[in-house]
Design a protein around this ligand. Structure first.
Ligand SMILES: *Cc1c(COP(=O)(O)O)cnc(C)c1O
Length: 457
């Protein structure tokens, strides 16, 4: 076999960490519909959000400026693991026998093991700047809680985390990490909030859901003036912060003279996928490249492929603003698939809008196909991917095998959102043959989306 001498690991110098985030809103032909107040159902203003978020983040939520400067203090923390490496998957390509050139951007090198600190760090920083004492949040599998706990510790903030009960019981290592980073963690539903007590009264054994945990964290932040709330995905400012991934990947691919034909990423709330792909969409909208951009979600929670595009709440209790997004309904509780970070009922409003504009496409995959791709990837590349990231890998492998049929040498760029070192039990279940593929029936989807809140046009 002719040795391909192009580099395996494409790195950047610390001085090449991008110094600004990219805001796709500046380049879209049309702005997305605004979030609405849950009571009045009128567009929310800055004051409606000020009990939860610092003003800088509220401004970043609505700004249409093309670029936002990354504060020096944030760049300092980013330098602990950024720029993250871009790898050419020579070994996976050989294992698949594909003429495709596969690249993956590895966000698992961060302190939390995923892309989530890219936004947790600036969120903690802006809250510290605003004089907050404490930040609350929810976490599912524990990735976001870990990221925020680490970030709050960097800026001397207290951090309090409500973790979905099922994960709290099944994944004790994330809880330990969150405590090592100095945060306080509770299983959700908890008896500490009205929202939690209400659920517990009806379902004492509730396994919890992200929607319930959000209600608890939001409630505590809304009731305490020295406490704010932080969200790890979905919102515009989160997607903005994550664009550091795509800006780096653009620089790295330029170093080896490549432009992607296909970009794939997994979508829970949409942040790592948007973070990698939005800077490439800027290039696409400017006519400088023309990649296909494909989101991959679990068949058990198919908001982008099968959900309604409608106004819905972000949480179960209906306390958050109404956001127009692809949603399965705010009371939807998905099956307990192993990719816990992909179990959110909705999708980022900005990504939903971009999908409606036809700039990205979406596919859904069942978990066994994803784990199989994760196994192949680990075997060839030596990295254990997070169960969430295996969705992106499955779509990448699928395309690479298609290239094998057609002989096309496509350039495939994969978002490797995190490592799976704390998810080995999921791989154990896969190896033991214990994984079940969950696919939502049309009836289940119709039922889940039947109770969407009504909003006059
Ligand atoms: C949280 C998480 C996701 C899903 O969140 P997005 O906002 O869709 O990126 C994906 N992968 C990993 C490793 C995660 O921790």
């Amino acid at each position: 076999m002719a040795a391909d001498r192009s580099p395996t690991k494409i790195t950047l110098a610390e001085s090449e960490i991008p110094r600004r985030w990219y805001n796709l809103l500046a380049d879209l032909p049309q702005l997305p519909p605004p979030p609405l107040h849950p009571g009045t159902r009128q567009p929310v203003g800055p004051d409606d959000l000020s009990s939860l978020f610092p003003m800088t983040l509220i401004e970043q939520e609505v700004t249409t400026e093309r670029y936002v400067d990354i504060p020096e203090a944030v760049l300092d923390v980013y330098a602990l693991w950024r720029p993250s490496p871009l790898y050419r998957a020579h070994r996976l390509e050989r294992a698949l026998g594909t003429p495709a050139r596969i690249y993956y951007k590895h966000e698992g090198v961060s302190p939390a093991g995923s892309h989530k600190p890219n936004t947790a760090v600036p969120q903690a920083y802006y809250n510290a700047q605003a004089g907050m004492r404490r930040v609350t949040t929810e976490t599912g599998a524990g990735q976001w809680g870990t990221a925020l706990a680490f970030s709050c510790a960097q800026f001397g903030l207290e951090c309090e985390v409500w973790q979905v009960r099922a994960s709290y019981d099944q994944k004790p290592y994330r809880k330990i990490m969150i405590e090592m980073f100095g945060a306080l963690i509770h299983p959700s539903p908890s008896p500490l909030t009205d929202s939690g007590r209400k659920v517990l009264a009806e379902h004492p054994d509730s396994p919890g859901s992200l929607g319930i945990a959000i209600s608890e964290a939001v409630e505590v932040a809304a009731q305490n003036s020295d406490t704010n709330y932080a969200l790890g995905s979905v919102l515009n400012h989160v997607l903005l912060h994550q664009t550091v991934i795509g800006e780096e990947a653009l620089l790295q691919l330029a170093k080896v003279g490549e432009t992607p034909d296909l970009i794939v990423g997994c979508t829970g709330g949409g942040s790592n996928f948007s973070g990698l792909s939005f800077p490439f969409l800027r290039e696409k909208l400017a006519g400088r490249m023309d990649p296909t951009v494909r989101a991959v979600e679990p068949a058990a929670c198919p908001s982008l492929t099968k959900g309604a595009y409608a106004y819905d709440f972000g949480d179960v209790a209906g306390m958050t603003p109404l956001m127009k997004m692809h949603t399965l309904g705010h009371t939807f509780v998905p099956a307990s698939i192993h990719a816990g970070g992909l179990r959110y009922h909705g999708m980022a409003p900005l990504l939903s809008h971009v999908k409606e504009l036809g700039l990205v496409e979406a596919v859904a995959k069942t978990q066994r196909e994803c784990f199989e791709a994760g196994m192949r990837f680990a075997h060839a590349e030596g990295i254990v991917p997070a169960p969430e990231s295996t969705h992106a890998l499955a779509a990448g492998v699928e395309e690479a095998l298609r290239c094998k049929e057609t002989g096309e040498a496509k350039v495939i760029l994969i978002a490797l959102s995190g490592h799976g070192h704390l998810d080995l039990a999921s791989y154990g279940a896969y190896l033991a043959g214990d994984l079940i593929d969950h696919e939502l029936s049309d009836e289940a989807i119709a039922a889940a989306t039947s109770a969407l809140p009504s909003v006059s046009a």
